[in-house]
Design a binder for this molecule. Structure first.
Ligand code: ATP
Length: 299
């Protein structure tokens, strides 16, 4: 595990905002750390980066205890929390050169990083004139300068337009696939995370609700059969009489738990035989966004 925490807890005043978290972030993963606003994501990230001290619990990064190996661990982490620390009056390239000098990184790496985040053509433009998406990419380039093994990013797609989100997503996938990095990324948007993450941790009120692979999460989300019919009430009564379980009935659709293709064929035939026109019928994977709400609301 690249990150492993045990019983990690933190309190602001009287409010416990991180509750006995057991994070498990595998090497080479994109770990999506999900939770609604105020769930404790930023606080957890600050604990991982040793910017806050836990009340209780342990943090191991690369198998080393952060209490005793702080410097060695932090030198292998690149991070982006809230707004990237960018000098607006300097160009993108100057921002990187400045940081490279500070870190003792060869200047050549600056051009490599600009190319990596697709900012080569904007290298000599003032960072203050960059779009939000360009600033976030410059922030990632700054975080990548020292070639860290682990990137920790706090809501890097916040406020970006769809194109900006796609660019960040593709960049992070590339960092994992081609550069062997591990990425820990927080977000409140499951729809966004499910498109790139290999693993997911969902927190609410500082406590972990779910942790596992994206496939584990999808397995919890049971598919349904969606039936669009002319009269959902009659159709619902008919299906109930034939021992079908109903998951949901609306004015235009009804939903039953999906079992098999054959079952869908039988439902279609049954409704047609009884004079109820079926406009459409198909398997519907439960939206992960909905699943996320279910998990957080039931916590
Ligand atoms: N400096 C602080 N002092 C007191 N309480 C704080 C402080 N920072 C955060 N909190 C509280 O801790 C809780 C967790 O906040 P945190 O910022 O970690 O959540 P988050 O999941 O990152 O949310 P968001 O997506 O809104 O950033 C919130 O209730 C917040 O009000």
């Amino acid at each position: 595990m690249v990150i492993n925490t045990q019983g990690l807890s933190f309190t602001f005043g009287k409010q416990q905002v991180v509750k006995s978290l057991e994070l498990q972030v595998p090497e080479g993963s994109i770990y999506g750390f999900l939770g609604p606003n105020g769930a404790g994501k930023t606080t957890t990230i600050k604990l991982l980066l040793n910017l806050l001290k836990p009340d209780a619990g342990d943090i191991f990064v690369f198998g080393q205890d952060i209490k005793s190996q702080r410097i060695s661990i932090l030198s292998q982490i690149g991070s982006l929390i809230e707004q990237p620390a960018i000098y607006q009056h300097l160009t993108g390239k100057e921002n990187l050169l400045n940081r490279a000098l500070l870190l003792g990184v060869p200047a050549q790496r600056v051009d490599d990083m600009l190319a990596l985040v697709h900012l080569s053509s904007a290298a000599d433009k003032k960072a203050g004139q960059y779009s939000l998406g360009m600033k976030q990419r410059l922030g990632i380039a700054l975080a990548m300068l020292a070639d860290p093994k682990l990137l920790i990013l706090d809501e890097p797609t916040n406020g970006l337009d769809p194109n900006g989100i796609i660019e960040i997503r593709e960049l992070l996938k590339k960092l994992v696939a081609e550069h062997g990095k591990t990425v820990f990324i927080s977000s409140h948007l499951l729809s966004e995370i499910e498109r790139m993450a290999t693993h997911v941790g969902i927190i609410n009120g500082g406590a972990m609700l779910f942790q596992g692979s994206i496939a584990d999460l999808q397995a919890i989300s049971k598919p349904l059969v969606r039936i669009e019919t002319e009269n959902t009430v009659d159709a619902a009564n008919l299906l109930t009489r034939h021992n079908y379980q109903l998951a949901q009935v609306t004015d235009h659709d009804l939903f039953v738990p999906y079992i098999s293709k054959q079952q869908m064929g039988e439902i279609n035939a049954l409704l047609n035989k009884n004079g109820l026109a079926v406009y459409s019928i198909g398997k519907q994977q439960k939206d992960l966004e909905k699943l996320f709400l279910d998990i957080t609301q039931n916590a």
